[in-house]
Design a protein around this ligand. Structure first.
Ligand code: HEC
Length: 423
């Protein structure tokens, strides 16, 4: 075992990268649709977060040559809404930064391809969109990091590794207002999740395996008490409103789970970091994590559509900030509904095309009030048939709840805030 330890970097707050200038939406109009005039603007807004050099997507959509070469795939991907990846069905929760093309944008791209994907006039080309490198929220108050780099061999897929980081932050610094994950090597980091461990189990798991960290798939392999956010391309850092206390439990360890893919011909290394921003201001609310979590369930072998329900009860009045759904490879759909004490229901999230690859934290546009006594009900639907190409067991076998690749999970996590009641 080589343990990773906390690296606290106390750094002076530095100035921020300037935000990107907003881009105007384009009308389809009657004139010719060209790359330089309209299409590149759609790509800048909706695709380049991932489709640019050094990022997760396999090709770049920053220049005409690459886009022209892929034009037919692009048309198909946008018309089928395979791209950009965004799984929340409209009308079920109102989210910020919705990564979904409008019908007009889809028509625009389709017409461009149908017209032979012309480049257009050089003078129409907008200046390139600039993306922040490094921390997007500015320099953090403290950095929690893997102490040593983890090496991922060439041509490997789906390595899930958990790194244990002891947290040694003096007491008065424990309150934080924001947390941001900075992946070390974007060529191989597919996504990152973080978990807080107050059980000590992560240390045992780490000790049981050689090399930095330990193997973990759907989660950290222990029941966690929350985390410090996650990362996937376009996944926002967690920022909480002022006046809200977000505490790290005393004695907690941070477990950083990283999903690696290395399609390249050379070994790559990664050292992922979490930056936390402390807060000192007064607070009268606290962060509240509601988890509708099902356990002790089974899915019969061959069942094409098996439903599992998970429930959580809201104890104090909560305002929901964001929601995250979690299943493994057999997951097909999830709906999360709030049953309010006044008898009304509110849809919190609906996913009808679950993809383990795209676990997005959906941030509500406005806080969603969930009064005490609200029941959160999540319905997870699984396909354990041989016809499911993602089924990890061939032939299908009975599947039970658990943390391994061939187990399943049904979990909806709602992050919110609640008033602090001094008893
Ligand atoms: C959040 C990251 C992300 C965003 C945003 C995104 N892509 Fe992708 N895209 C990927 C990744 C990763 C792949 C490769 C894996 C896959 O095919 O799912 C991909 C694959 C593709 C493919 C190949 C699909 C195939 O048939 O194999 C096309 C075409 C594509 N993207 C077009 C787009 C377009 C156009 C946009 C914007 C409208 C876009 N993408 C936005 C991440 C992204």
């Amino acid at each position: 075992m080589r343990r990773t330890t906390l690296v606290i970097a106390l750094l002076v707050s530095a100035c921020q990268t300037s935000p990107n200038t907003p881009l105007r939406p384009e009308a389809v109009g009657d004139g010719p649709v060209t790359f330089n005039k309209q299409v590149v603007r759609v790509f800048q807004r909706n695709c380049q977060t991932c489709h640019r050099p050094g990022e997760v997507a396999p090709f770049s959509l920053t220049n005409y040559k690459d886009a022209h070469a892929r034009r037919d795939d692009i048309r198909e991907a946008v018309e089928s809404r395979y791209m950009p990846p965004w799984k929340a069905v409209p009308g079920h929760g109102e989210f910020a930064d919705v990564r979904r093309l409008s019908e007009d944008e889809i028509r625009l791209v389709a017409r461009w391809v149908a017209d032979g994907a012309p480049e257009g006039e050089p003078r129409d080309l907008p200046s390139p969109r600039r993306f922040p490198t490094g921390w997007t929220l500015g320099t953090p108050s403290a950095v929690l990091a893997m102490e040593e780099p983890f090496t991922v061999p060439p041509r490997t897929k789906d390595i899930y590794r958990c790194f244990v980081v002891p947290i040694r932050i003096p007491g008065e610094w424990r309150m934080i207002r924001a947390s941001e994950v900075l992946p070390g090597n974007r060529k191989i980091v597919h996504h990152v999740q973080t978990f807080l461990d107050v059980t000590g189990r992560s240390v045992e798991l780490d000790q049981a395996e050689p090399g930095p960290g330990y193997t973990c798939f759907g989660g950290p392999r222990f029941d966690s008490v929350g985390g410090l956010g996650g990362w996937a391309p376009g996944y926002p850092p967690i920022e909480i409103p002022s006046g809200v206390a977000w505490g790290i439990p005393p004695g907690a360890r941070l477990v950083i789970q990283v999903h690696y893919n290395n399609p390249g011909d050379t070994a790559e290394t990664d050292l992922t970091k979490i930056g936390v921003h402390f807060t000192t201001g007064p607070f009268d609310r606290r962060l509240s994590l509601l988890r509708a979590f099902a356990w002790n369930f089974g899915i019969p072998a061959g069942a094409p559509q098996h439903s599992v329900m998970a429930r959580a009860m809201v104890q104090d009045d909560v305002e929901a900030i964001s929601i995250h759904a979690h299943m493994h490879l057999l997951g097909r759909a999830m709906t999360v509904t709030a049953h309010l004490p006044d008898g009304t229901t509110q849809s919190m999230l609906k996913i009808d095309d679950w993809d383990f690859e795209w676990q997005i934290r959906y941030v509500y546009k406005r806080p969603v009030p969930l009064p005490a006594g609200t029941r959160i009900v999540a319905e997870c639907v699984y396909d354990n048939s041989a016809a499911n190409p993602k089924n990890p067991s061939k032939p299908p076998r009975p599947v039970f709840s658990g943390f391994e690749t061939t187990d399943e999970m049904c979990l909806a996590s709602v992050l919110g805030t609640a008033r602090i009641v001094r008893r």
